[in-house]
Design a protein around this ligand. Structure first.
Ligand code: ZN
Ligand code: ZN
Ligand code: ZN
Length: 359
């Protein structure tokens, strides 16, 4: 962890940032290992060129210590002004960076505590660190990928005609925990026309025989890393030939994207390779979202695999490849794998069949 803090400090210095202030959230957890709860009393990591401190309420010192943080802890009492404590640690500063998700009430309080100082967002700085995963993080993502694959492999236990999406979703959620996650992040069971809404979750709709079902699921493991994988199912019958033709195109696009992704190619080119195949087949207007998102301690983080992102992939970057085609009122399909950029290509962390799974 101290190594990550050192890198953050160096990066801050290069950007002319005198102090980086990080309140509870994924950035704090990444930098210190402390998964602090975002409560009303201030917890704030203070990174300056002189060193790092973690400001915590006195009554939370034990919790912070128990998390194993290697940063000196500075506490404040119930009636002290925590912002004055932060200001003391920072000293004179021209530019202070705050984490992107800091509460507005805290930003305003800090601005009052530093009346002469310019404030900037520090999220990009931490994101630049988080985007390239260390080996231990890749291993944690690999475990998360295997865990969600085991849930997909068991889909036949729950997905049956006559059951509602909500009933199936509840069983899936239990299995997400049983197969090695500590938390269920989302369960999407989109049957028939509901599959056409990419962020549909579950509903009381009864799943009918022969209807395509999009299942997109993810959770967070005890190590704090996320899984996210989508597969397409049909139960108790054959779907419409029009759907099957569409799914074939989607499979070709997703495969082409996996074959294209490697160090040195841009994030947007991964999107373009699949989008072209889908457009050439006449479904271009129906691929209504970007190809993917980075993943790590959060399900959605950088790098985003989207037109306009000219970032070149580097070994250690982890992201989803998840093209989808959505026909309103009828059905939808999405194929999603998490992949990690390696020295000469990618490692695919989700390996359940990408073909239509017939149950
Ligand atoms: Zn999404
Ligand atoms: Zn995703
Ligand atoms: Zn997903």
């Amino acid at each position: 962890m101290t190594e990550r803090l050192d890198r953050a400090r160096i990066l801050a210095g290069q950007h002319g940032i005198d102090a980086l202030l990080v309140t509870p959230g994924a950035d704090l957890r990444y930098l210190t290992g402390y998964a602090a709860k975002p409560l009303e009393r201030l917890t704030c990591l203070v990174v300056t060129q002189l060193g790092c401190h973690l400001v915590v309420p006195a009554l939370e010192r034990a919790a912070a210590e128990a998390s194993g943080v290697e940063v000196p802890i500075v506490t404040f009492g119930e009636t002290d002004d925590p912002y004055a404590v932060v200001a003391d640690l920072v000293g004179r500063a021209d530019v202070v960076a705050v984490d992107d998700q800091m509460w507005a009430s805290r930003v305003f309080a800090l601005q009052e505590a530093f009346p002469e100082t310019g404030f900037v967002l520090g999220g990009q700085l931490v994101s630049d660190l988080r985007t390239v995963k260390e080996d231990s993080e890749v291993e944690a993502l690999r475990e998360a990928g295997a865990a969600i694959d085991r849930v997909h492999a068991r889909m036949g236990e729950w997905l049956r005609p006559g059951r509602t999406e909500r009933e199936v979703g509840a069983d899936i959620a239990a299995a997400i925990l049983a197969e090695g996650h500590e938390q269920v992040d989302f369960v999407i069971v989109g049957s028939g026309p509901n599959g056409a809404s990419p962020h549909h979750e579950v509903s009381d709709r009864v799943i009918n025989a022969g209807e395509p079902v999009v299942v997109d699921i993810g959770g967070t493991t005890a190590k704090g890393y996320c899984s996210d994988s989508t597969r397409n199912y049909v139960v108790g019958g054959e779907p419409d030939p029009g759907y099957l033709a569409m799914l074939t195109v989607l499979q070709q696009a997703q495969q082409a994207q996996r074959e294209h992704a490697r160090p040195g190619v841009t994030a947007e080119s991964v999107d373009a390779v699949g989008r072209r195949i889908i457009a050439d087949a006449g479904y271009g207007e129906l691929f209504i979202h970007r190809t993917g998102h980075g993943i790590g301690q959060e399900t959605h983080e950088e790098p985003y695999i989207v037109e306009g992102n000219t970032l070149e992939l580097e070994p250690g970057m982890a992201f989803s490849i998840e093209p989808g085609i959505y026909v309103e009122g009828q059905w939808g399909a999405r194929i999603e794998d998490i992949v990690v950029c390696t020295e000469d290509g990618i490692e695919v962390l989700n390996n359940q069949p990408r073909d239509l799974v017939r149950l």
